[in-house]
Design a protein around this ligand. Structure first.
Ligand code: TRP
Length: 451
């Protein structure tokens, strides 16, 4: 059954798959979300649990997604359908694909809104809006920007159109070309910024200490939940994004080794982002626990106070835009691939259809900081918060459990052995962790969410 090529195209090499998957993984989750969540949860202790989640849950589940995608070679929905059939399993397993497509819409819809804020900040930083701004001015500016329904909606639209245009060009000419240039650029810019923070802030060691001193009294049960949710989100797991990319991966490379490399790159970017942000925060005596505004309020204040801050601030937001766009294209890919398979349409038609629907849903999130700021969906949550909460805390962990259980227990052992042949001794380790450790750990943390 396992075909060697996908109808959607293929990555031209293992390296291109790694760049594409790292492009999916490295995004707003690393640069915007990781530092502020770590900041609110005491730094080092949170980082330690987060790292444990990456290794014990993230890498095994990422390997499972790559494995399943590469066997099925189709959109996650049809991959799950065909792999379940060839393993003699219940066709209901394709629910993994359906849940994933739904989560993809939900995540993309609010992701595009925040990415739109980032795009606008590229220009505002470059124009010197924040030069010399104090905390009050920067906060007021952020409030004014997000409070304007037109600005937020316009930038959300620009970001979504960019995502659609890359996706429409297909795997080889669109996705691969984007990651081939944007990912190396991102690594260079980030390295430059770490050096900048190290030399100009004068508080680099404070940043290092904040991220790496494991102070356990700050740890609460809730930090564990947040660390696991962050691990899923940052590695793009639980909804089939990596499965879709795995479908275009050449056969002749290891699964677990490749997943490990991607996870290490993603982790390195998250930690480096922390090493850019926290030294600047401490150098200016700003609070580390500033929440989601850390990147949009705190950081611009820091850049506004530093030599060369206008330029470096602009560079910083360009880097974040690159990271966001290479993630967004992976959020639409599962649904676009399915539309192409099902309706037999062109990629372009599929991309505009899926992107258009996600744009429409995203309006709800665009409105959440202005005209709908008082409209609540679940409890006190705005539309934006609801999308974020339901996708990250419910659909991704559930999807992750099902994917791990399917790959390690249900999938026909002969197919799996053949596919994992290049992984050598790691295969045995993966099997034990993915059968017993990962699904049980996710289930425990998931149930704790509702207690
Ligand atoms: N991992 C990306 C980030 O850290 C976001 C993302 C892209 C994602 N694709 C995903 C999250 C699929 C969950 C599932 O910004």
């Amino acid at each position: 059954m396992a075909t060697s090529e996908s109808m959607h195209g293929m990555w031209s090499s293992r390296l291109m798959f790694i760049l594409a998957a790292a492009g999916s993984a490295v995004g707003l989750g690393n640069i915007w979300r990781f530092p502020y969540v770590a900041g609110e949860n005491g730094g080092g202790a949170f980082v330690l649990i987060y790292l444990a989640c990456i290794f014990l849950i993230g890498i095994p589940i990422m390997s499972s997604e790559i494995l399943l995608g590469r066997i099925g070679r189709q959109s996650p929905i049809n991959t799950m359908r065909s792999v379940a059939a060839s393993s003699g399993a219940n066709p209901g397993w394709q629910l993994i694909g359906w849940m994933g497509a739904l989560a993809g819409f939900m995540i993309l819809s609010f992701y595009s809104v925040i990415a739109g804020w980032v795009l606008s900040y590229v220009f505002q930083m470059g124009a010197g809006t924040f030069v010399g701004a104090d905390a009050e001015a920067a906060g007021a500016h952020f409030g004014e920007f997000t409070g304007s329904v037109w600005s937020v909606t316009a930038w959300h639209t620009v970001f979504m159109i960019m995502t659609i245009m890359i996706t429409a060009r297909g795997v080889g000419r669109g996705l691969e070309v984007a990651v081939k240039y944007l990912m190396p650029a991102l690594f260079v810019l980030l390295a430059l910024l770490v050096v900048y923070a190290a030399f100009t802030s004068g508080h680099f060691m404070e940043g290092v200490q904040f991220l790496f001193s494991f102070n356990f009294d700050k740890l609460t049960g809730n930090s564990v939940l947040l660390a696991m949710g962050q691990a899923f989100f940052t590695l793009s797991l639980g909804m089939g994004a990596i499965m879709a990319y795995g479908a275009y991966m050449p056969k002749d490379s290891s699964v677990i080794g490749t997943a490990t490399m991607i996870a290490l790159m993603d982790t390195a970017v998250a930690l480096m982002s922390g090493l850019v942000i926290f030294p600047l925060v401490f150098a200016n005596g700003l609070p580390s626990a500033a929440g989601p505004g850390l990147m949009f309020v705190t950081l611009p204040i820091a850049f506004g106070q530093m030599a060369g801050g206008q330029l470096f601030g602009c560079v910083f937001f360009i880097l974040v835009s690159f990271a966001a766009i290479t993630s967004a294209i992976s959020l639409v890919e599962p649904a676009v691939a399915w539309v192409v398979e099902k309706l037999n349409t062109s990629r372009a038609a599929g991309a505009w259809l899926i992107g258009g629907v996600a744009w429409l849903v995203g309006l709800g999130s665009a409105f959440s900081t202005n005209i709908w700021s008082d409209v609540h969906f679940i409890g006190e949550m705005t539309f934006f918060d609801t999308m974020d909460y339901v996708s990250n805390n419910i659909i991704l962990p559930l999807g992750g459990i099902f994917i791990a259980v399917f790959a390690a227990w249900i999938l026909d052992g002969r197919i799996r052995d053949e596919e994992m042949a290049r992984d050598g001794g790691l295969y045995g380790v993966w099997r034990v962790v993915t059968r017993f450790v990962a699904p049980v750990a996710v289930a425990i943390v998931f149930i704790m969410t509702f207690l």
